[in-house]
Design a protein around this ligand. Sequence first.
Ligand code: CP
Length: 326
Amino acid sequence: MKHLLATEGLKYHDALAILDTAEEMAAVTSREVKKLPTLRGRTVVNLFYEDSTRTRVSFEAAAKRLSADVVNFSAKGSSVSKGESLKDTVQTLDAMGADAIVIRHSAAGAAAQLAASDWSEAAVINAGDGTHEHPTQALLDALTLRRDWAAAHGSASPRGTDLSGMRVLIVGDILHSRVARSNVWLLRTLGAEVHFAAPATLLPLGVEHWPVTVHYNLDEALVAAPDAVMMLRVQAERMGGAFFPTAAEYSRRWGLTDERLTVVQQLRLGETEAPALILHPGPMNRGVEISAAAADSAQTRITEQVTNGVAVRMAVLHLLLTGDPR
Ligand code: CP
């Protein structure tokens, strides 16, 4: 693999190699000295045209823990505001030496355009392109799910295992969600069953052709589907029009409210005694798609998702720049 642009088309053995390497990286990050020398002398450029907290900071932490040099570029406050193009910006940063470029952009396909161009020879990692894909988010979600799934089924280690038989329910603003798209492809590759619950206005055109089961009632979906419930952020910044009447109405019909939390608390991971899981990619709109009690419950893995993001991004940088699975 030269680039990581999407989970659609990511091969099973490549996905497992990333997850297994991430487990090795997670072991490093829990040591007193959290560094490896593997990318010493290499430069990672974080090229962010959209806002980010988790992805940008964790790519920076990941690169530094592998001893790489890091250049952080944010379009806000840069010469992009003077009209500089993506091509000229990339070529400018590349001229300072880039071995990997991590790009977040509002345009679907921006990462693929960069990877296909002659603007840079660097490895390209898609950190979110419009509503298209966010592959490292799906990989960190899979790492998080796999830990609990493997432990509940008595595996001493999640290494080498997949998500066969797991039922994952993705809820909410699927229309605007690159996280949902990347999760569908990766979860299916790893053997999981994927369910959507969303209002019809927040489902993509052609969803009936996706490898998912669609529910139009969240309470029915909770009973039918999940070992894990992944709540999505309502992406108000991508909504030009009214997709639902009010935030209160959305929460009542599609939110993981305190009442629905009591239902999720009864759910189990497959046939085991372990409780079902709650995930959210962040940032959360507390009180809209998820209540404070649900966000902070014992079944929730949101903090673990963030921690696992560093390990997954270390694994991706390591594999792309050295080709050496650990
Ligand atoms: N989940 C995610 O991509 O968060 P950020 O926008 O904060 O990076």
